[in-house]
Design a protein around this ligand. Structure first.
Ligand SMILES: [Zn+2]
Length: 171
């Protein structure tokens, strides 16, 4: 697995590597994880795009192996790492074709969830099945990661309390 992290500060990048390695092993398994490349870009994403995080594939829509995660950097360690766990759930969904973007059909761009078309423009963000799964798993992953002794020593703080106001991400 290759991981490239840019932006943020040193501890944030260090924690991101550890968190991604743990999540990838957990969510993808060792073999699939070893074939993936994950790029993380930290920035003041919320100010720029009104979202705390994004996750997308970079190589191909079918069984992608190269992913890009964008993350707001102004978050406390615990919220930041939970947001990263959330984005890693989306990596798993894309890598396993549970969440798939399709282009080559008469309907134009379509989003499929486990083989079913989801009309993203009319379904509420909170009702999108890939978001429901990501929100259901992010806290559990985070807790289990700490239980495994990964990222336990990171505890930086920001004063913004920003994430609650975020419209988080597009997949
Ligand atoms: Zn999401």
């Amino acid at each position: 697995m290759s991981i490239f992290v840019t932006g943020g500060f040193h501890k944030q990048r260090e924690a991101s590597y550890a968190c991604i390695i743990w999540c990838a092993r957990k969510l993808l398994g060792k073999r699939l994880a070893s074939r993936c490349r994950i790029d993380v870009e930290m920035s003041q994403l919320f100010t720029e795009q009104g979202a705390a995080g994004f996750c997308g594939w970079e190589d191909k829509n079918n069984s992608p192996r190269h992913f890009k995660i964008e993350l707001e950097q102004r978050m406390d360690a615990d919220t930041f790492l939970q947001a990263l766990c959330h984005e890693m759930v989306h990596v798993k969904q894309f890598a396993r074709n549970e969440l798939q973007e399709r282009y080559n059909n008469p309907m134009g761009h379509r989003i499929m969830w486990k083989g079913m078309v989801v009309k993203e423009d009319i379904v509420d963000y909170n009702d999108l099945p890939w978001e429901q799964e990501a929100y259901a798993l992010e806290g559990l992953l985070y807790e289990e990661m700490l239980y495994d002794g990964v990222c336990v020593d990171y505890n930086w703080k920001f004063n913004h309390g920003m994430r609650k106001n975020f419209m988080p991400d597009l997949g």
